[in-house]
Design a protein around this ligand. Structure first.
Ligand code: HDE
Length: 690
């Protein structure tokens, strides 16, 4: 008789039901609780014979496996999430009765998901794209979902254009590519035919579309919402998330290389930060205004292609968001989380923004298709943390066992003819009443939405010179990927209306003659530049960044220790990179294990690098392409390179010339303090513009 093959590991061989085995292991069972004695071999007719249909253990396992995938999100498919809390810092009872804003220090749990928009679930983390920033607040009066982006405006003004926009940016219908990229004909064809998208297009071409980390992005509710107080008085509000980690972006060349080195870069970054206890934090701010103020602006506050400059209406901080726990199970939590812009709580209400109005329908609908049932609100990550009762019943995957006879309201099935079951609440949500300005049914766009260029100009002119260079390079790159020349020219015709200099520089980069300018419905105005729109106007802190230390045998132990200590004090993470993952033997004779082997951790994964080696080892690394690229990329990406003198041969081999960012480490702080700094003047050397 043949033996069972192969021998199973001890821990899976025992098991009686789901109870822990006496040795501490939990017994393996089927989904219906039957103890499984063999998880290695299917049931066969003879040792080498066919598998029997009778094997219900096999069939259950394969059946479940066959259905493990669920449809990915139509947009924002690629993302990652985390648990945390929101804390009210400055109560605003005068503005809203929402319970989470009533008491300083009061906290509610949250789940937050960050995402890219265009790519599929398995796409890379670092394409040029908008990022989703969705927060679910589990309040004691229900879930409030603030489903925003890392940019304060959007491409379109009306929900009816959303499927067109997404079809245009997704892989082209006939060929199925490009994945997670706007650099192709259909996207630019569509947006160039939609002047209202020009403001957002410039945000997409800017550094905002290449965040260094989800932790280093701002977030925006985008639409105007309303806050409603106990007396029923309403104010308009825009929501802002301000990262405590500061804002930071990658360079384009860096982003491209990161996507090869680590397609999970942003996901891993969030995971590692939380696991190490460096909990990412944002402040929640609001811009509050009333109808009278809104009427005085030159743009319509209901138009989601417009922002309100912070210099005009300052952002008031009211709370903070801290993410302190990575999910236990990615699928159960991050994949199944279902955000609904229609999830508001008493004290928060919508505005008539036509894009928001469309979203109120779409998200509920999409969850049914994605999660398969109207009962998606019962999945733990979606369920309110407060009690919820109503007469909605049954449906696929119903997990609640309702008691009683009454499934309708009103009823009189209680004792002595009284009603039974939940009732309407006096304190419940009430929609803010507003008199429609024009009660006629119309398919129109308000005239006040017609200016498509003023704020695109505002955004461009609010960027620093370096950021403008990046924006133009982004535009030139994307339009160079576009194959239809008439589309390129149409984009340039819009750029001419936004800013003549921008158009000229883009045309030069493309090697094209400038076309006639587009004819705007409303000629653009000049608005005062807004520093709040520039990333580089804000100096980022060192904390939250990562220093990569490339070491070889014979490196100075004391210097490694000094860098580690200084970095730890500054909240900077450290990774040791070595020619072999087993590590190196330092000059002191101590073994230093490595976190990464050199070709698995190119310098694009770090914010700054240290090179610790003696000259002879540096000489050997001159023949290692990965080591040479490590150095030349760190230099090319304008990062700080600290070294111990021994690395000189490698620096020379990598073509590094000494500047303020390339120096011999003396104090540790001299390098760690520059971990978030880019040495911009070096770019002329790199780009050949010196
Ligand atoms: Fe979304 N959007 N969207 N969107 N959106 C979805 O809902 C939609 C819009 C945003 O991490 C979908 O659950 C329409 C603006 C984020 O799970 C879908 C319109 C903003 C996320 C959908 C918009 C967003 C989504 C896909 C135009 C910024 C990911 C899966 C009217 C304010 C949430 C899903 C997460 C997801 C529809 C426009 C942000 C299809 C119809 C504007 C962050 O329902």
């Amino acid at each position: 008789m043949a033996k069972k093959q192969p021998t199973a590991p001890v821990q899976t061989r025992h098991g009686q039901g789901g109870e822990p085995h006496q040795s501490g292991y939990q017994g393996l069972t089927t989904n219906h609780g039957m103890p499984i004695s063999d998880n290695q071999n299917s049931l066969r007719a003879g040792a080498r014979g066919p598998t029997l249909l009778e094997d219900f253990v096999l069939r259950e396992k394969i059946f479940h496996f066959d259905h493990e995938r669920i449809p990915e999100r139509i947009v924002h498919a690629r993302g990652t999430g985390a648990h945390g809390f929101f804390e009210c810092l400055h109560p605003i009872p005068e503005l809203t009765r929402a319970s989470l804003f009533q008491k300083a220090g009061a906290r509610v749990p949250v789940f937050c998901r960050f995402s890219t928009v265009a790519g599929s679930k398995g796409s890379k983390d670092t394409p040029r794209d908008v990022r989703g920033f969705a927060v679910k607040f589990y309040t004691d009066e229900g879930n409030w979902d603030l489903v925003g982006n890392n940019m304060p405006v959007f491409f379109i003004q009306d929900a009816i254009k959303f499927p067109d926009l997404i079809h245009a940016v997704k892989p082209e219908a006939d060929r199925g590519f490009p994945q997670a990229a706007s650099a192709h004909d259909t996207f630019w064809d569509f947006v160039s035919l939609m002047p209202e998208s020009m403001h957002m297009v410039l945000w997409l071409m800017s550094d905002r579309a290449l965040p260094r980390s989800f932790r280093m992005m701002e977030g925006f509710g985008v639409h105007t919402f309303q806050l409603v107080n106990e007396q029923g008085q309403a104010h308009f509000v825009k929501f802002h998330w301000k990262p405590k980690q500061g804002m930071q972006s990658t360079l384009w060349d860096e982003a491209v290389k990161i996507s090869g080195a680590d397609p999970d870069y942003l996901r891993r970054d969030l995971y590692e930060a939380i696991q190490s206890g460096a909990f990412p934090e944002w402040e929640l701010g609001i811009q509050v205004f009333d109808q009278q103020w809104a009427s005085q602006q030159d743009y319509d506050v209901l138009d989601p292609t417009k922002l309100i400059p912070e210099e005009t209406l300052p952002v008031k901080i009211i709370g903070r968001l801290v993410l302190d726990r990575y999910p236990d199970n990615f699928f159960a939590e991050t994949e199944q989380v279902a955000f609904l812009p229609s999830n508001v709580v008493p004290g928060i209400d919508f505005s008539d923004d036509p894009l928001l109005q469309g979203r109120l329908f779409s998200y509920m609908d999409t969850q049914k298709s994605r999660l398969g049932t109207t009962n998606f609100h019962q999945i733990p990550v979606n369920a309110p943390r407060c009690p919820f009762h109503n007469f909605q019943r049954d449906g696929m995957m119903q997990t609640q066992v309702f008691k009683g006879r009454a499934t309708y309201e009103p009823n009189s099935l209680g004792e002595v003819g009284e009603p039974t079951g939940p009732r309407e609440q006096e304190h419940g949500f009430r929609t803010v009443g507003s008199a429609p300005q024009d009660a006629a049914k119309l398919r129109v766009r308000a005239e006040s939405f017609a200016d498509h260029y003023t704020q695109a100009r505002l955004f461009y002119r609010s960027q620093s010179e370096i950021e403008q260079e990046h924006l133009i390079a982004g535009l030139v790159f994307e339009l160079s990927k576009v194959q239809l020349n008439h589309v390129r020219l149409r984009v340039l015709s819009h750029m001419r209306v936004i800013d003549e200099g921008l158009a000229q520089r883009a045309a030069q980069g493309l090697g094209l003659e400038l076309p006639e300018p587009a004819v705007p419905a409303v000629p653009p105005r000049d608005m005062p530049p807004s520093a709040a729109l520039s990333i580089l106007a804000h100096k980022p802190p060192a904390a939250g960044r990562c220093l990569g230390i490339l070491v070889t045998d014979g490196a100075d132990d004391a210097l490694v220790g000094l860098l580690r200590k200084t970095a730890e004090q500054a909240g900077v993470a450290v990774k040791i990179v070595a020619p072999r993952v087993g590590g190196v033997t330092l000059a002191s004779g101590r073994r230093l294990p490595a976190d990464e082997k050199i070709d698995g951790a190119p310098s694009v994964l770090f914010d700054a690098v240290a090179l610790l080696m003696n000259e002879s080892e540096a000489g050997k690394l001159c023949n290692c392409k990965a080591a040479v690229d490590f150095v030349s990329d760190a230099y090319g990406h304008l990062k700080a390179l600290g070294h111990d003198g021994g690395a000189k041969p490698l620096l020379e081999r990598a073509g590094v010339s000494t500047d303020k960012g390339v120096f011999v480490i003396k104090t540790g702080g001299d390098l760690v303090g520059k971990v978030a700094t880019r040495f911009w003047e070096r770019r002329h050397q790199i780009n050949g513009t010196a």
